[in-house]
Design a protein around this ligand. Sequence first.
Ligand code: PMP
Length: 460
Amino acid sequence: MNNVTENLISETVVESDRSHVWHHLSQHKAYENSDPLMIVKGKGVRVWDAKGNEYLDAVSGAVWTVNVGYGRTEIADAVRDQLVTMNYFAQTAGNVPAAQFAERLISKMPSLSRVYYSNSGSEANEKAFKIVRQIADKKYGGKKRKILFRERDYHGTTITTLSATGQSERRNQYGPFTPGFVEVPHCCEYRAQEGADIGNYGVWAADQIERVILAEGPDTVGALCLEPITAGGGIIEAPHGYWERVQQICKKYDILLHIDEVVCGLGRTGKWFGYQHYGIRPDIVTMAKGVASGYAAISCTVTTEDVFEAFKEDDDPRMGYFRDISTFAGCTAGPAAALVNMQIIEDEKLLDNVTEQGEYLRGRLNQLMDKYEVIGDVRGKGLFAGFELVKDRMTKEPADENLCMAIAAHCMANGVIIGRTNRSFATLNNNICLSPPLIVTRDDIDVIIQALDNALQDLT
Ligand code: PMP
């Protein structure tokens, strides 16, 4: 760690945080004997804490968000200019950056056509669920209200998006949940289910979705919601054959395909959107984190013209429209930031960088796997990568859950912030996640790998 030993903020601020801020996903008991981590400055792929310690951020703001990196004055300037011209008016009316960004966004996903703005990934997914439910009402006389989601996928933090989340540990304690959400099996080949067809696992895993649809009754199922690559659930890319079969199944049973690009969207996997690797045509796509790289809060629920049209075809004009609004979707800072964010990805050819550095990163992770028995599987696509820790490669018994935490703490102490599945995700088998900003260089990746190498050397 590059220790500067100069406090960048006053002790009083740290004390205010310790006394009054409730941190997310955090056990505050830890702060009784140590200072809470406060990140106070960022530039490029690096951030600094309150004590002046420098870190290479290999997870883009802890949760895969800061795609274009820190300290982008061009985004800050655009947001400032927009705010002094027109900061807010509800999305019941149009505004300039929202219109411009929608146009630019659709140019990257031409089979879709309408952008519905909101503020977070959870909210974007909730909008999608509401759209599906209203279509069920309008087009199918109340049938087709059920929404399928996949084991190990995550779709958000609200009660309804948790109802659509396949990570039981995250749901514990928060029920009862919203009815009408049904789980389908995961598609992690490394953890293939008993009886699975290993030679043809992608197709087999997709066929399990069809089995659920048939058991529920196809006329009750309105949509299938999937992450293009399962993120927090363990960086799982569906094997060959999966997506083609998923598309066929959706078509056969008249089920809307909703792809949650909250993590993969805006370049993380080397294409604008994760689904674009697989030749599928979703009906609804949701996105959030990388849309404005954390410079402003913005999320989008993007639909095809067909989905949008359903809200116009109604004899009763009061029921024909989407009865939904989010106050802060009218903040112009979001689309103003998103416009420049997208421009940066284009100007700096970051999609190419993701593909190139992503291959390098996975090559280096495979070298670590050759060296350390504890790495059972290396996974990912583009700059979204990770590996799974096991006690024994033959039995695939998950490594002790504390090992994941210890590796993350070791890397942090050595100046590299990496991601890990949460402590409560023991059943998700201890994954280390890496998702650096899309501007990461080969030298940066070498620093990340060195930190992991040191940690694995010392801890295993
Ligand atoms: N979908 C996915 C795939 C996510 O990973 C997340 C957040 N990690 C969300 C939705 C929810 O996004 P938010 O936290 O912005 O509500």
